[in-house]
Design a binder for this molecule. Sequence first.
Ligand code: 5AD
Ligand code: SF4
Length: 440
Amino acid sequence: MKTYGCQMNVYDSQRMSDALAADGYQPTEAIEDADLVLFNTCHIREKAAEKVYSEIGRVRKLKDARARQGRETLVGIAGCVAQAEGREMIRRAPTVDFVIGPQTYHRLPDAVARARAGEKVIATDYPEESKFEHLPHAPRAVQTKRGVAAFLTVQEGCDKFCTFCVVPYTRGSETSRPVRQIVAEAERLAAAGVRELTLLGQNVNGWHGEGPDGREWGLGELLYRLAEVPGIARLRYTTSHPRDMDDALIAAHRDLPALMPYLHLPVQSGSDPILKAMNRRHKASDYLRLIDRIRAARSDIALSGDFIVGFPGETEADFQATLDLIAQVGYAQAFSFKYSPRPGTPGAELGDHVEEAVKDERLQRLQALVNSQQAAFNQGLVGRTIDLLIEKPGRRPDQKVGRSPWLQPVVIDAHLGEIGDLRTVRVTGTGFNTLMAEAA
Ligand code: 5AD
Ligand code: SF4
C-alpha cells in the first residue's frame, strides 16, 4: 500500500489495510514481495496525478519479473485518480487489475476477490447513501497500528465548487457521518490507546447531524460530545472552509481545553476579484473579521492556511493583496501552490493564464513571507512552558518526540515520560519546524 495526498487518504489507507488484513494480507516494505500492490492516489494538482502513471510503469516491470517466477501480482488503484480516470486507466494500462474510488471502499474485499479470479474490476460508481457504509471494523488483532494520535473521518465531499478544485468531482457531494458512528469509533480508538483525535473532512466544519438530544448539531456540538470520551485528551479538525465557521464552533474553541489552539483555515487569495473568480463566496475582509472573532474566543490560537498563486487573471496587485492579508493575519504555518489547471473544473476553461516564471517568482515571495512568520512564531515559544503529547521514540535512543498544541514536533529527553503521556515542558530552542524542550 502506498499513499499519496491528504490525511483523508492516510485514514482510508489504514481502513483498507485493516480490511485486507482480515483477508490475510499483511503490509510489506518490500514491493518485490507484494502479492497485491495498492496505490491510494491524489488528483489535486497535475504533479500529484502524474505520479500514478510513473508508479504503474515501475510496477509493470515488477509484475512481469514476478510472473516469470510463477508468482501473481495484483495491482489496484484507489483514491481520487481512480475516481477521476479509473475507467480510462484500466483500458490503457493492462497492468492495472482493479480501480476503486473513495466512496466505494466498503467493496474492496469483493473487488480484490474478483480481480484475483481474473476480472478487470471498475468500482467507481457510488450511490450517495453508501458513502459512510465504510469498511467493517476489523477485529483488534488485525488492526494496523494507530499510535496515540489518530485520524477519524466525520465528513466527506464538497459542495463548494471552488473553480480550481477537483474535490467536488472526485469525493462527491458533502456527506456527514452520523454522530453514533463517530462516537463509537472515537471510543474504540480511545480504548486502543489513542489520546488525540483529528477529525477529518474536506469541509469538516460543514459537518452536521442529528444529536442524541434530537437537535441538529454542527461540528461545535460534536466536539463538546467527543471531549467527554474517556481517554481522549486532545481534539483537532481539518480542513475547514471560512463560510462554515459558525458561532457554536467558535465557542467550542473558547470553552474546550481539549480542543487544540490550532486552526487550518484556507483562504487561497487575498484579492477580492480573484476570490470571486475562484468562487470562494467570501471577501478578504470577511475572512479577516472571522479571524478576529476566533482570536477573541481563543487568544493563543495559531492559524495555518492554503494559498494558490497564479490563478488565471491574477495581477501583481492581486498578488500583493494576498501578501498584505498574510502580513495582517500572521500564520504559524502555510501551504502554498502554483495554480494547476485541472481537467473538468471551470478554472481550466478560463483564459488569461499567468506565465510559469511569474508563478514561480510569486510562490517564492509568498513562501519567504510565511517562512519568516513561521520562524517568528516558533521563536516566540522559546522560554515558555507548553503542553505536549509524547508520540514516538526520537532519532536518538535518549530522545522521545512529542507534539505541541500547535502541531510542531517537540524533541525531549526520553526519561521525561512514556508514549501517550501528556507533559508540561519548557521550550529551549527551535529548528525550522521542530522545538526542543526540557522538564518544566
Ligand atoms: N492548483 C493549485 N492548488 C490547488 N489546490 C486545490 N486545487 C488546486 C489547483 N488546481 C490547493 C488549495 C487547497 C489545497 C488542498 O490544494 O490551496 O486548499
Ligand atoms: Fe476544493 Fe473549495 Fe471544496 Fe476545498 S472548499 S475541497 S478548495 S472546492
